[in-house]
Each structure stands twice: as structure tokens, then as C-alpha cells.
Design a protein around this ligand. Structure first.
Ligand code: ADP
Length: 486
């Protein structure tokens, strides 16, 4: 369903519910109101007319029968008839039996007036018709009356009724006759406003969404330059911003992946070419030193093997499939073990390796992976340090964790390269022979350290002045599950 249709439907629904509530409230209100007194008086005047005609018939002249006659008439017409002495308002007859003879009728002060002319039709001209209110234990009563002059004193005949509440059906009728039309007109106006509003809102919403959808299609086609111009309400603009950032990231990732594939194929091609070249020379008998050629083939294939292993490691680390066995690790013991393992290599190279341990809290880490990181750092340090140089492996407490540093007195790293050396395949001097590395070691080290919640960084005083690699690991916050999200 289109936004616009949805909006119109919701507005219409809200309008309908509101009107229904209003209508119900009005009907209940009307039902709760007593009917206007005029209506009651009019009805009573009519009944009184009937009563007068009965009076005028001879049979009612017999006063002894008067109470019964009046009672019968009252029952027939569902009213209360009273006869009251004019002098003291003393009750002579009350068909309801509430008042006793000679009780005084409790008239509402000032309520008795002459019956208005329009209600007098059909009443004898010589009478004095009145209307008024009185009260008894059951509440207010409205009455119309006629005075009759007797021989000694006058009396009044009153026809009375209690104003009753309206029934719901009556209220509904009144509502239909008076309020339904204006309410329907209001609904129509409301519906028109809803139409205009929904058109307006849907246009401002749909405009932003439309350009988003165009951009999404463009990006799907590979047109990453397409940017959404944020428009419409803030929520839609937020989505547009997020979309632009996302497409930029997708673009960057794609480029990085393409670079990666180019790098991998290039780095695989170099050793393969030399393997092919040297084996060809041996086969053709053109190699002057077949054993030397075989050694080169051996070294290059070893390098290829290392590359494949490291690439697999890196891919698994980056995709988060690598599971770490997190344990509490005593860094002093770990450093001594790594140091012992690399002592021989350092000795062969004429480099002195010092392992300096300090008292540090244990860290939560995967011991084998941490050893892999340190081995790589120390291996690099030994490889880049000329004979007679020195390498230090140190631990020290640091803010919120522990620092492990590997310092050497070797070649050093130019400042511009310090950040780049952690990139995949990046090598400061890639033009060395088959013994050279793969450029993946530091990238793997960084993945492992970040997966532990730590950081790795390099500093160097400059070329020829040695370098220091520092791994910071947090203490007391073990990585949940030891898994790294890519
Ligand atoms: P590689 O297999 O080439 O050693 P790494 O990722 O471990 O790959 O290192 C990337 C590059 O960083 C190296 O090629 C080297 O140029 C530079 N590098 C690493 N460690 C040192 C160091 N201790 N001294 C000087 N340069 C270093």
C-alpha cells in the first residue's frame, strides 16, 4: 500500500473514531437532559382540555363521585390530578394518594403563572388557566390547572407530571434531527483537510525515499559515485546520510579487496617465476651451479608455503572464524619461553637478545597466538638488526593493562612508513632476495592483538636508529568467547 493511501486511511480512521466518540457523547448528553418544560406543559394542557370536556359532561357534576372519577381519568392519561382549595392551597383530592386531604400543596415559590395564550386553545374562556411547579417526596412536578369558582370558595384542578429523562431512542431522534447534519459537514471538512495533508506528507516522504531508491539501484550497478542528496524529514535525511556512508564503505572495501587480489597474485608470481626459471635451467643443463639453483627453488617454494599459511591465517582472523583459547597468562613465563626459542637465531646473526621481565598482572589471552605475535616481532627485530646489535623484550605495567615491547638497534623505520607496515603485504624494502618475508606478519599480529582488545604500535627514531614495537593488552577484561568480529 502506498504511503499516501495509508495516510488517508489512517486519517480517515482517526476522524471516524473521533466523530463516533463525539456523536456518542452528544447522544448521551441529550438523553441526560430533561425535556424542555414547554413540551411538558403543552402535553399537560392538552390533557387538561380533555378533563374540562369531561367536567362539562353532566355526570361529573356529582361531587361525591369526583375523587373516583378523577382517579380513573388520571390512570387513563398517566398523569396525577389534584384538586386544591384556592384559599390556603389545601389539598382536596390527590389521585396519587401522596398528599392527604387538607395538606398544603408545597408550591415552588413564584412558579405559578397564567397559562400562555398559545396553550389555552380549547379551554373554556371563563376559566383562569395556570401553570406551575410543586414538590413532594418524589421530586419536582410540573402542572397546568384550571380554577373553578364554587359557591363559597374557589378550587383549582391540577394536572401534574414529573419531567422524566428522555429514552435513548428519543435522544437519537433529536440527534438525527439537529446535530447529525453539522457533524457530517465537519467530517467532510476534516476529510478534505486529511486528503491535502496526506498528499503533502507523502510527497515530502516519498521524494526522499525515491532518491534513496535511485541511489541504491545505482550502487547495485556499481556506480559508487552516486550520492543521495538528503531531503525530507530528519529521519529520511538520516537514512540518506547512512546510505552515503555505507556506499562509500562498500566502495572502499571493494577497492581494498581488488588491491589485495592484485598483491597476492603479484607476490605469488615472483617466487613462481624464479622457481620456473631455475628448474628450466637445471633441466636444460644450463645451470652452472645446479645445487645453488635447487636451493633457490627450495627457498622460494618455502616462501610460497609460508605465504599460503599466513594468508589462510589472516583470512580466518579477519572473518572472525578464528577461535581463541583465552587463559590467564603469566607474561614473564611466556616471554622467557619465546626468548629461549629465538636465542639460537639471534646468536647466529650475531645479535644479543635480552629478555627483561617485570612484575605484571596476568592477562587473559591465547598463549599460542600471543607467542606467535612476539615471535614475529622479535624475528623482525633480529632480521633488521646488523650483527653486533641488540634486541630487548620487555614487559611493564601500563594504564589499564600491560605493555610488551620489542626494541632493536637495527635499521629503523622511516616515519612515513610507521603506520603502513601493518598493512597486508607492505614491506619497507621489498627488493631483497628469496629470504625476504611476506609482508603479512605484522598484519596478522595486529589482527591477533585487536582480537584480544589490545593495541599494537611502532616507533622509530629514524633510519639506522632502531625501532620499538609495543603491544598493549588490557588487564581484567577478558574478551567474551575470545572471538573477533571482522
Ligand atoms: P615481513 O614478512 O616482510 O617481515 P611484516 O609484516 O612482519 O612482514 O613487516 C612488514 C615490514 O615492516 C617489513 O618488511 C619491514 O620493512 C618492516 N619492519 C618490521 N619490523 C621491523 C624492524 N624491527 N625494523 C625495521 N623494519 C621493520
Amino acid at each position: 500500500m502506498r504511503i499516501r493511501t495509508r495516510l488517508i486511511l489512517s486519517f480517515g480512521f482517526v476522524l471516524a473514531v473521533t466523530l463516533a466518540v463525539i456523536a456518542a457523547a452528544l447522544i448521551l448528553f441529550i438523553a441526560a437532559q430533561p425535556p424542555p418544560q414547554d413540551d411538558v406543559y403543552q402535553k399537560l394542557a392538552t390533557i387538561m382540555r380533555d378533563l374540562t370536556s369531561e367536567f362539562q359532561q353532566a355526570r361529573l357534576r356529582d361531587l361525591t363521585q369526583l375523587p373516583e372519577r378523577l382517579t380513573a381519568f388520571a390512570e387513563e392519561n398517566e398523569v396525577r390530578v389534584l384538586m386544591v382549595g384556592l384559599e390556603r392551597n389545601a389539598i382536596l383530592v390527590d389521585t396519587s394518594g401522596v398528599f392527604q386531604t387538607s395538606d398544603v400543596l408545597p408550591l415552588q415559590a413564584g412558579s405559578v403563572t397564567r397559562l400562555p395564550t398559545y396553550l389555552r386553545r380549547g379551554l373554556p374562556i371563563d376559566t383562569e388557566p395556570i401553570l406551575g411547579e410543586f414538590e413532594d417526596s418524589s421530586g419536582d412536578w410540573l402542572f397546568t390547572g384550571l380554577t373553578i369558582q364554587g359557591r363559597n370558595s374557589g378550587a383549582a384542578v391540577l394536572v401534574a407530571e414529573q419531567p422524566v429523562m428522555r429514552t435513548l431512542a428519543e435522544a437519537l431522534l433529536i440527534f438525527r434531527d439537529t446535530l447529525a447534519t453539522p457533524l457530517a459537514q465537519a467530517a467532510l471538512v476534516g476529510l478534505l483537510v486529511a486528503l491535502v495533508l496526506s498528499a503533502f506528507i507523502s510527497r515530502s516522504l516519498a521524494g526522499g525515499l525515491q532518491s534513496l531508491s535511485e541511489a541504491a539501484h545505482a550502487v547495485a550497478r556499481g556506480d559508487y559515485a552516486w550520492k543521495v542528496k538528503p531531503s525530507g524529514p530528519p529521519e529520511v535525511r538520516d537514512v540518506a546520510d547512512a546510505f552515503n556512508r555505507m556506499s562509500q564503505q562498500v566502495h572502499d572495501t571493494q577497492r581494498a579487496q581488488q588491491d589485495f587480489v592484485v598483491n597476492v597474485s603479484h607476490d605469488l608470481k615472483t617466487p613462481l617465476t624464479s622457481i620456473q626459471g631455475y628448474s628450466q635451467a637445471i633441466m636444460d643443463g644450463a645451470a652452472k651451479d645446479p645445487v645453488g639453483a635447487a636451493r633457490i627453488i627450495y627457498d622460494e617454494s618455502g616462501r610460497l608455503n609460508r605465504m599460503v599459511i599466513e594468508l589462510t591465517d589472516l583470512a580466518r582472523l579477519q572473518s572472525g572464524q578464528f577461535s581463541f583459547q583465552m587463559k590467564s597468562i603469566d607474561l614473564a613465563a611466556l616471554n622467557r619461553a619465546v626468548g629461549e626459542r629465538l636465542a639460537l637465531m639471534a646468536q647466529r646473526r650475531g645479535v644479543r637478545l635480552h629478555v627483561e621481565t617485570a612484575l605484571t598482572p596476568p592477562v587473559m589471552a591465547d598463549g599460542d597466538r600471543l607467542a606467535q605475535v612476539l615471535t614475529n616481532l622479535i624475528g623482525n627485530a633480529i632480521n633488521h638488526t646488523p650483527s653486533g646489535g641488540q634486541v630487548w623484550l620487555r614487559t611493564a605495567p601500563a594504564a589499564g593493562g600491560v605493555n610488551i615491547s620489542v626494541q632493536d638497534t637495527g635499521a629503523g623505520i622511516p616515519p612515513a612508513e610507521l603506520e603502513r607496515i601493518f598493512e597486508r603485504f607492505y614491506q619497507v624494502d621489498a627488493s631483497r632476495g628469496p629470504k625476504r618475508g611476506t609482508g603479512l606478519g605484522l598484519a596478522i599480529a595486529r589482527e591477533i592483538v585487536t582480537a584480544h582488545g589490545g593495541k599494537i604500535s611502532a616507533t622509530s627514531e629514524g633510519v639506522g636508529k632502531g625501532s620499538t614495537f609495543t603491544v598493549w593488552l588490557p588487564v581484567g577484561k577478558p574478551e567474551a568467547g575470545g572471538k573477533k568480529q571482522a
